[in-house]
Write a protein that binds this ligand. Structure first.
Ligand code: BES
Ligand code: ZN
Ligand code: ZN
Length: 475
């Protein structure tokens, strides 16, 4: 269930309304006097002195929750604090169907950030419960925001919800075909041109990586192509986003253990979910950039026919790969997509993938791990925007030394590196197939087992806000 953001028609209305109100406190404004009696105002002032962040006043017919935003010099921290206030507010307003969020012009930016946090926190995934209890809060009415700002925020929030839904959906309900269908319906709704390559076409193209990983599956693979090419695009050569679409990763014959490992692997299409959601955010907001999304999709499982450790396979671009671990499957399907991307003569290619446990081990679930090859400026900008939207990137080294670690005795390269630097050798494997400016993003933060602020529990949808803002602002 989406959370709808609406424009509050008239501020005057809410002086009298019996709907609950959230109000950003501004000491320079006397707006509060209109909402409160002098006794209540006195109480509020006292609480403010005690540096309370949220002060709730229980009036006869409504609650008013005053928000007192702490000063903070670091603007990125300040912004994140506002989103987190939104998360805290949800606990107070989750049982209201409607809530009004009022502030004066001066607090416009903060108002948007609090709304973002509140709405992202309000997400639930209850479709598989017999007694569904979806969120009660349906609408956030906000003041001092233009129609266009509301539409943009709404489209971004919907895209994050969409990405979370895709990633939270278990393998039983989301096969490669379902992922393709989701891309098709997203395309129809947002005027994105979507092409799905089926198994026959994938065979004709000789995508040996995708076919090898798919060998153990009972379902066909899919290769999803989403194209957003507006007439007013400011770039001639496209930006290509590539997402890992492993709808379930058992590890294949190099089978994973169940607890805290295979049991979480419905999220292994997190990169794909992020790419599809980002395409939606861009197209629904009619961003004037030419963008292509590519998703190779299959599950990875063992069977009599599964690819095996020790196999040598031939990739789409002709590279031979020695497969020494069938659980390092993401890089194998992504490699074919990265080679496929060359035909577009891209300006920049970014891949997003739940690629390695090593990235999770290195930084935990707090952010993403990134590397780049020949994309210094874009990577710097991406990192800056990551700090702004709090979907942060930790850059790993990408020294030539690591290339040595994926050399194979019997083939061109092998699909695993040495004992250390696993996230980097995985990136190096991908870079072998990229001959354009390339950024690789490993996604530890795409999923959180515990509730983590407005990111929630389960799929976080992280990456969509980052890529949206990066692409929109790219010169
Ligand atoms: N999908 C996993 C990586 C993963 C693990 C993502 C945990 C998120 C959480 C990937 O396909 C994988 O299994 N990678 C192996 C590579 C290894 C065999 C070189 C890994 O990281 O253990
Ligand atoms: Zn794996
Ligand atoms: Zn995987």
């Amino acid at each position: 269930m989406i959370t709808t953001i609406k424009k509050l028609k008239s501020i005057q209305q809410n002086y009298l309304s019996n709907q609950n109100i959230i109000c950003i406190y501004n000491e320079k404004s006397d707006y509060h006097k209109l909402l409160l009696t002098s006794e209540e105002l006195k109480y509020l002032k006292k609480q403010l002195k005690d540096e309370k962040e949220i002060i709730s006043i229980n009036q006869l017919n409504r609650f008013i929750h005053f928000v007192n935003i702490k000063e903070e010099k670091n603007i990125n921290k300040y912004a994140e604090n506002c989103r987190m206030i939104g998360d805290k507010l949800l606990l107070l307003v989750r049982d209201n169907e409607n809530i009004q969020l009022v502030f004066d012009e001066y607090y416009k930016e903060q108002g948007l950030l609090i709304t973002e946090g509140l709405a992202l926190s309000n997400y639930t995934f209850t479709k598989h419960k017999t007694n569904q209890k979806p969120n009660k809060l349906k609408t956030i009415n906000i003041s001092h925001i233009t129609d266009n700002e509301i539409i943009e925020l709404q489209n971004i929030l919907d895209a994050v919800y969409f990405t979370r839904d895709l990633i939270n959906e278990p393998f039983s309900h989301l096969k490669a075909k379902d992922l393709a269908d989701a891309a098709i319906s997203c395309g129809k709704q947002n005027n994105i041109e979507v092409t799905i390559l089926n198994k026959k076409k994938i065979e004709d193209l000789k995508m040996g990586g995708l076919l090898a990983v798919n060998k153990g599956s009972i379902d066909d693979p899919n290769f999803i192509i989403m194209q957003w090419k507006p007439k007013n695009a400011s770039n001639k050569k496209p930006i290509v986003l590539v997402g890992k679409g492993i709808v379930y990763d058992t590890g294949g014959l190099s089978l994973k253990p169940t607890t805290n490992s295979m049991d979480l692997m419905k999220i292994d299409m997190g990169g794909a979910g992020t790419v599809i959601g980002t395409m939606q955010a861009i197209a629904s907001n009619k961003v004037n950039k030419y963008v292509i999304g590519l998703v190779p999709a299959t599950d990875n499982r063992p069977s009599g026919n599964a690819y095996a450790p020790g196999d040598v396979i031939t990739m789409y671009d002709g590279t031979s790969v020695e497969v020494l671990n069938t659980d390092a499957e993401g890089r194998i399907i992504l490699a074919d997509a990265l080679s496929f991307a060359k035909q577009y003569n891209p300006e920049l290619v970014i891949d997003l993938a739940t690629l390695t446990g090593a990235a999770v081990a290195a930084i935990g679930h707090y952010g993403f791990v990134s590397m780049h090859d020949g994309a210094e400026k874009d990577h710097t900008n991406l990192k800056l925007i990551g700090d702004q939207v709090h979907e942060r990137l930790a850059e790993f080294p990408f020294w030539d030394d690591y290339d040595e670690l994926i050399k194979s005795e019997i083939a061109d390269i092998k699909n695993i590196g040495g004992a250390y630097g696993g996230a980097i050798t995985a990136g190096k494997f991908l870079a072998h197939f990229a001959d354009y400016p390339f950024i690789h993003i490993d996604l530890p933060a795409v999923y959180s087992k515990e509730k983590y602020g407005y990111r929630g529990k389960g799929a976080t949808g992280m990456g969509v806000r980052l890529l949206y803002k990066f692409i929109k602002n790219r010169a």
